[in-house]
Ligand binder design. Sequence first.
Ligand code: DAV
Length: 387
Amino acid sequence: MLLEALKNNEVQDIFLKESEQINRSITLKTENQLQPVVNSHNEWDPLEEVIVGRIDEMLIPEWSVCIESTMPEIGWDLYKEKGGTLFPEEMLYKAKEELDNFANILAGNGLTVVRPDSIQQNRPFSTPDWHAQGSLYSAMPRDGLIVFGDEIIEAPMCWRNRYYEAFPFRTLLKDYFNRGAKWTAAPKPELSDSLYVKDYQTPQSIEEMRYGITEFEPVFDAADFARCGRDIFAQQSNVTNEFGIEWLRRHLGSDYNVHVLEVNDTHPMHIDATFCPMAPGKVLVNPERIKHLPAMFKNWEILVAPEPTIDISNSFTMCSNWIVANTLMLNEKQVFVEAEDMNMVRALESWGFEPIPVSLLNLNRLGGGFHCCTLDVRRKGTLEAYF
Ligand code: DAV
């Protein structure tokens, strides 16, 4: 064999090929070291690669304390009467069109856009303790995944219908891992009855604030955290308990400071329509929910979100009108914002941003906006302190 190869001058070729391969892997490694495939430290560095959610068939969530403590009352009858059955096709169709359109716009802006696998969401599953009719969706990657530097963390979500939410993203996660990223899942929660407050009653004011979940085990949704480099801002909510925040704090270690904000919201679920860092020294706040910020913000510009002009609260919705504060930064100037909310578009302009208006009003009804339906996998930048 070798003799044959020698005769035909192929040995040199084989050696050449091998050394080419080594060279190529060295180049790849150097590129990776300069810019890891997963790299995101804040909400505003120039965006290069993004996961955009996907809408498959979807089940109406079943009525539970999780819904009661977080969802606008206008939809409660639907959960109570139709929970566990398929969402009407026409409610999903327009949202799907909007989401696909937004993915195209992101790609048109030069970004690498990837999507989760399409799966059948309405497959029942159970654990030794409980049973669910199916999964919620893959529409909002921000809720279940979070990136710190070169690490993607799967959040231990507390809604039972979100137990397997990371799975349609696993093709992507495995690929990122194979290309050098760190991939972590927080401890798998049990989600037994001990996690949920029995006889939960909606608090009527912030003075009587109580949550729908206990401290039985660590749980959090990724969307209850906002990233500003070494400083991470969290809210305790009906999907994120103190135990969950402490797990993440300890996991991140001494390179980060995790701050818990005081939020004036009797139905908290996700910080990204409440407190939205947009650039170094600039944070957009929802004036109904943020009454004051810690002293560390004294040199920051606090941009007070104008009253929303959209109205999605007149029929079934999983979001409030404040979803207009849920923007996505393409970089520290350009920002994707709801086209139908001119107040917000103008406010952003007046603050020196360059709004890119796109409409997601139907997607909003399913519980998320620009920030929720995306996950920034790679932004060009490094870990910095902004305070
Ligand atoms: O209605 O404020 C926004 C965030 C959803 N991930 C709301 C929820």
